[in-house]
Write a protein that binds this ligand. Structure first.
Ligand code: HEC
Ligand code: HEC
Length: 383
């Protein structure tokens, strides 16, 4: 006997929780990804998304009747029939559990979602150098762009399918009047079939996943200091690494990390010291900060070239090198394609504002850049 007349209890609470957590974590991850400095939130909800997919896959084998993969209707015949009937018969009777369209959508979410989650985890290690997979950066840095593209296009693909799914549900709700939206809220679907049951150990499984997800979420939101999110790069102390660089060049500005520019750029900057961003720097200048002896210049540029972008696997270095594509480095990173691309959304007024003053004043917006850190969560445009 079913609990409610004309209705079947198809989605027990745990199935509904998985459904809404998958839907909301994906949506939020997508929104957060639009803001570079929300990377930690993006990763936090992304991990929940991934964990829920794993759980959904297990649920597909051990979960209640209507959530099982064995009850999905995946034959193309059935899919065709589903759409033909939809057109011909507005008030058709619908089956309990997944219909052929939502069966296919389940598979799409699991397959595309897994691709998104796996590439996301790899990117966090390989591109950002963060978390437990940070060690992968050394060996696989050359794949960061391809991984990123897969991650991005798979996410767009899933977004498109999610929109199609929502439209389909709305059509069911308002045109066919099957009350489909409420089915995923109350668990009851207006259909024919038997009520679903959940056993005790299944609720235990759900709670385990929910608790792990919540823990991972709070740990990742922190964004900096624990092994899940910590950067493989340590803060630099340029004063100790090269006192000459720190004190001579530091007379006018904070130390730019050497890995920001290739050796050929540092050579150009040395050749161009006579006209360095409007300042004349030479051994014969009378003003203290504009005078740097030839010996000191040699020491400084040797140090910078030893640690330049061509010798680093950091995201900025790899992308600057790729963007130069074998050409000689420019005097300023702001003339390099990659830099222009990532800053294209920032207006000239912002760069000229009182607190920033110049495009080349990276330190104004990238906190800790003078310590060699370039983390997304450190980006903040001063107001
Ligand atoms: C007399 C002042 C002065 C000194 C000394 C000085 N700089 Fe600069 N430098 C500037 C100014 C001004 C800018 C433009 C950015 C700004 O306003 O902060 C700049 C910008 C830079 C940039 C940013 C380039 C880019 O990619 O956009 C680098 C790199 C740089 N300086 C390297 C050096 C090095 C290396 C030394 C030491 C050999 C040095 N600077 C010494 C004044 C100075
Ligand atoms: C006016 C503030 C501002 C200044 C000045 C600035 N940046 Fe940025 N930078 C940003 C913002 C904001 C973003 C994120 C852009 C986005 O995603 O839309 C960013 C992104 C980046 C990224 C990409 C980060 C990533 O992980 O994808 C790099 C690399 C970068 N900046 C380097 C620099 C360097 C080097 C300088 C100095 C030559 C500099 N920036 C100057 C604001 C600034």
């Amino acid at each position: 006997m079913n609990k409610r007349k004309d209705y079947v209890f198809v989605w027990p609470i745990y199935t509904r929780i998985i459904h809404w957590l998958i839907a909301s974590s994906f949506t939020f991850a997508f929104i957060f990804s639009l803001y570079e400095n929300l990377l930690n939130l993006h990763v936090a909800v992304g991990i929940i998304f991934g964990l829920m997919l794993v759980y959904r896959i297990i649920w597909g084998f051990v979960g209640p009747q209507y959530a099982r993969f064995s009850t999905l209707k995946l034959s193309l015949e059935k899919l065709k029939f589903y759409f033909t009937e939809k057109v011909q018969n507005r008030y058709r009777e619908i089956p309990a559990g997944h219909n052929p369209a939502s069966s296919w959508f389940t598979i799409i979410v699991l397959v595309v979602g897994s691709i998104i989650s796996i590439t996301g985890l790899l990117l966090y290690g390989i591109q950002e150098g963060k978390g437990y997979l940070g060690f992968l950066n050394d060996h696989y840095y050359m794949y960061m762009d391809s991984l990123f593209n897969i991650h991005k296009y798979a996410s767009y693909t899933l977004l498109v399918w999610a929109i199609i799914h929502v439209v389909g549900v709305l059509v069911e709700q308002f045109y066919h009047k099957t009350n489909m939206i409420f089915a995923m809220i109350t668990g009851y679907k207006k259909a024919k079939g038997e009520d679903s049951k959940t056993g005790k150990y299944k609720s235990g499984l759900t709670w385990t996943f929910l608790i792990i997800s919540a823990m991972v979420f709070f740990v990742s939101v922190d964004g900096r200091n624990n092994p899940f999110v910590v950067s493989k790069y340590k803060q630099h102390d340029y004063k100790h690494e090269s006192f000459t660089y720190y004190s001579e060049c530091g007379a006018c500005h904070k130390p730019y990390p050497p890995f920001m520019l290739p050796a050929s750029s540092w050579e150009r900057i040395r050749e161009g010291l006579k006209n360095h961003f409007g300042e004349e720097i030479s051994p014969t200048m009378t003003k203290g900060e504009n005078r740097i002896s030839i010996n000191d210049q040699t020491a400084i540029f040797n140090y910078l070239i030893r640690n330049s972008a061509d010798k680093s696997t950091r995201e900025i270095s790899v992308k600057v090198m790729k963007s130069l594509n074998g050409a000689r480095g420019r005097k300023s990173i702001t003339k390099i394609r990659y830099w222009k691309d990532v800053h294209s959304s920032i207006s000239n007024e912002t760069f000229k504002s009182r607190k920033v003053k110049d495009k080349s004043n990276c330190f104004a917006c990238h906190k800790n850049f003078d310590k060699g850190m370039l983390e997304d969560i450190d980006i903040e445009i001063p107001k």
